[in-house]
Design a protein around this ligand. Structure first.
Ligand SMILES: NC(=O)c1ccc[n+]([C@@H]2O[C@H](COP(=O)([O-])OP(=O)(O)OC[C@H]3O[C@@H](n4cnc5c(N)ncnc54)[C@H](O)[C@@H]3O)[C@@H](O)[C@H]2O)c1
Length: 353
């Protein structure tokens, strides 16, 4: 399966947060599939120079409008002016730790931002939404493999980031019940990593990376001295946490599969899919794979466990395979190799515009 396997020619798609890590890779694949892509982003965690790379790799530049998703009027105008048919909604704040410090910001951007987007969709008569959810909605007490039939556990989540995602999913359930022509797909990502194989696009976090892979790659390239592994006394084979890492290009392709499925199915309502590999790796396995991919030594030490970290979490990926015909294909070694290509070729991320 690749972007040309889908029948998405000339589909007019709005990508919120499309300048960010996952959104930019998805925008690229949408363009490669012949879609007409409009990106809105307020650039709080991204740069417009990513658009040059999308252009380089797809020979077309998406329409870009700098705006906040909470500006309902402007977003409505963008939808109307670009005759949008479908929305893929990535925009939001995503740092778990930060969300415990500034929960108000997280609820405002993530939750209120989604309400604002839904209002704009209503005004502009757009009836299809794909939402970036997260495996965090299963809470911290669920036993893997996690299946979509498990209930959302708002009480079992210890941070505003995860709770905001869970609350958005619940809200979307209510919206689709009340609006019989609205179609919503919630995609619960596990741990997206990697970069475009060309080394031209990748993750470019502002400030201290929150996730393992960008941290490891910054240590490998010499930007940071060493990595701290949070906890080595978990009940796992090597004592470190197990996570389900998936390649961002697999993830991007999954969005095209979800869009294609929704169009073919033609029926409104809410559907939920896990996006993961089903095969977890430990923190130490990631470090070793990255050392192999980069040929660099990654110094690390062990620190305390972080609150909210569960020992092991991974997806049951069967539903996405059965219904969307989509499954991941990249290995952990490839995820590390591509992350390294990106980091090594772009040690400071995307250039300033
Ligand atoms: N990366 C992960 O590990 C992960 C895991 C699960 C779910 N997700 C979700 O996937 C989505 C995309 O994640 P990402 O890793 O690409 O993050 P990212 O930070 O790279 O991208 C998000 C983009 O949204 C933009 N943005 C933020 N607030 C905005 C606002 N109010 N209005 C308009 N634009 C705004 C940012 O500038 C950024 O470009 C997020 O919703 C995130 O919660 C990410």
């Amino acid at each position: 399966m690749n972007s040309s396997s889908f029948n998405l020619q000339n589909k007019r798609v709005l990508v919120t947060g499309g300048a960010g890590f996952i959104g930019s890779h998805t925008a690229l694949e949408l363009q490669n599939a012949g879609c007409k892509v409009t990106i809105i982003d307020n650039l709080t965690n991204s740069k417009t120079t990513v658009l040059d790379r999308i252009n380089e790799l797809s020979e077309t530049t998406p329409v870009f409008i700098k705006t906040d998703i909470r500006d309902t009027e402007k977003v409505t105008r963008v939808m109307k002016e670009n005759d949008i048919e479908d929305v893929i909604h990535f925009a939001g704040l995503k740092a778990v730790g930060e969300s415990t410090q500034i929960p108000d910001e997280y609820y405002d951007v993530n939750f209120n931002g989604t309400v604002s987007l839904l209002n704009a969709m209503k005004e502009a008569a757009v009836k299809s939404l794909i939402f970036s959810s997260s495996a965090t909605v299963y809470g911290e007490n669920a036993n893997p493999p996690l299946t979509e039939t498990l209930a959302i556990d708002v009480q079992g989540i210890s941070h505003a980031y995860g709770r905001s995602k869970a609350m958005i999913e619940l809200m979307l359930e209510d919206y689709t019940r009340a609006n019989k022509d609205l179609s919503v797909t919630c995609l619960r990502y596990f741990n997206p990593v990697g970069a475009h194989p060309s080394g031209k696009m990748g993750e470019d976090p502002k400030g201290l990376p929150n996730n393992l892979m960008p941290f490891v790659s910054q240590v490998a390239v010499g930007k940071r001295e060493k990595l701290t592994v949070f906890g080595n006394d978990y009940n796992t084979p090597d004592g470190t946490c197990l996570r389900d890492y998936l390649h961002v290009c697999d993830l991007a392709e999954g969005h095209l599969a979800a869009l294609d499925y929704r169009i073919k199915k033609g029926k409104p309502g809410l559907e939920v899919f896990n996006f993961g590999t089903g095969k977890p790796s430990s923190v130490l396995e990631v470090i070793k794979a990255f050392e192999k991919a980069s040929g660099k030594n990654i110094p690390y030490d062990f620190g305390d466990r972080r609150p909210g970290d569960v020992p092991s979490t991974y997806a049951d990926p069967v539903l996405a395979k059965e219904k969307l015909g989509w499954e991941t294909k990249y290995t952990l070694d490839e995820m590390c190799k591509h992350s390294w290509n990106w980091q090594n070729d772009n040690p400071d991320g995307y250039p300033d515009s």
